[in-house]
Design a protein around this ligand. Structure first.
Ligand code: FMN
Length: 352
């Protein structure tokens, strides 16, 4: 069952469009700087997440593992990560903890990319011992703990009990030899839960907001179920979730913005909201389906070059300069954030 689900997720992530809700980034505008005072060569994309140095801020997010049939895809993703210097997460390793026969579908990622930055991945119900084993399985540099209540409820075979997760994440963070990253998978994280996750000891939060891959829609398609539009479009838009989470993060906990990041401009806006990195999943799947590895690497490099273009055009030399550049927030996102007690006018001022 679990193995065919992995294949279904890949199939439907290719077949279904993003959304239907938007990621919200259209409400966010960076302000052009006609005197950037920088040369192209001055702009650098290096950054860091949870104390781990990244050569650039685009992470390949958790996608797959757990079935022999997906080993090839994981090998291709690992090759893409190696050639582009991207950090990469594997999909949920629960399958391999239950059935060691499928460990290799995850380990292949470390074999292909022995020196790359790799994130392990488990659900929030995992035990601390399982977390330690998942990290050891692939020699991971960090561990992602995914939160996916909306997806589970949309699955007939999904979990129905989400109690005790926060305490469990605290126990995992205390036992884990590498930093723990909490992540949503497409419904977003609000500021209250972000603050609780910080108290639980996570070192980074991946917002996984709505507007990109939609696991409720994917699960509905898998089971040929007709879900009401309200259920399908549930979640916090990615850009709004990024601001909510950033509003409560202390300096020692990093923001990763994810969920429907599709363009270099959206990625730079995400970093201007305080993200130390962005993470993408479906685009990596689509890239490897539609293009050769060489073409995929070229696409990725062009994406990074476009990010540098926008950084130069707002006068940001480094990723860490972006949260000081002016950014205007309008529309539904402004109303939402103001209602939630966040001063959006502050973002529009240089220096902030
Ligand atoms: C085919 C596929 C499988 C995924 N499997 C996992 C998973 O096992 N664990 C996890 O934490 N997230 C998983 N995700 C979610 C992504 O890591 C990411 O949070 C989500 O897709 C939003 O990013 P995107 O809009 O760029 O795709 C998966 C995504 C895709 C497309």
């Amino acid at each position: 069952m679990r193995q065919s689900r992995k294949l279904d997720h890949l199939k439907y992530s290719l077949a279904l469009a993003d959304g239907p809700g938007t990621n919200g980034f259209a409400d966010f505008s960076l302000v052009h700087n006609c005197l950037p005072g920088l040369a192209w060569a001055d702009v650098t994309l290096t950054t860091a997440v949870a104390g781990l140095p990244l050569s650039h801020p685009v992470i390949i997010n958790a996608i797959t593992g757990g079935a022999a049939d997906v080993s090839g895809i994981n090998a291709q993703l690992a090759e893409l990560a190696k050639l582009t210097g991207a950090a990469m997460a594997v999909g949920s390793q629960y399958a391999a903890l239950e059935n060691p026969a499928v460990c290799e579908s995850y380990r292949i990622v470390r074999t292909v990319n022995p020196h790359g930055l790799l994130f392990a991945n488990l659900g929030a119900h995992a035990t601390p011992d399982q977390a330690v084993r998942a990290v050891a399985m692939i020699g991971a540099d960090a561990l992602q703990i995914h939160l996916n209540a909306a997806q589970e409820l949309a699955m007939s075979e999904g979990d129905r009990d989400f109690s005790g997760y926060l305490e469990n994440i605290a126990a995992i963070a205390a036992a884990c030899p590498v930093p723990v990253i909490a992540k949503e998978v497409g419904a977003g994280i609000a500021r209250e839960q972000a603050a609780a996750l910080v108290r639980a000891g996570v070192r980074a939060i991946d917002t996984g907001g709505a507007g990109g891959t939609n696991f409720v829609a994917i699960e509905a398609a898998r089971s040929a179920a007709e879900l009401p539009p309200d259920t399908i479009s549930w979640g916090i838009p990615a850009a709004v979730s990024a601001v909510e989470v950033a509003s409560v993060l202390p300096p020692a906990v990093d923001l990763i913005v994810a969920g429907g990041i599709r363009t270099p401009l959206e990625a730079v806006k995400a970093l201007a909201l305080g993200g130390r990195a962005v993470a993408v999943a479906a685009p990596a799947v689509r890239l490897l389906r539609g293009k050769s590895l060489t073409e995929a690497v070229a696409w990725f490099e062009a994406f990074l070059a476009e990010m540098r273009r926008y950084m130069l055009l707002v006068g940001a030399r480094r990723v860490s300069d972006l949260p000081s550049v002016p950014l205007v927030i309008t529309g539904n996102s402004k109303e939402w954030l103001n209602q939630r007690g966040i001063d959006t006018a502050r973002f529009a001022r240089a220096g902030r």
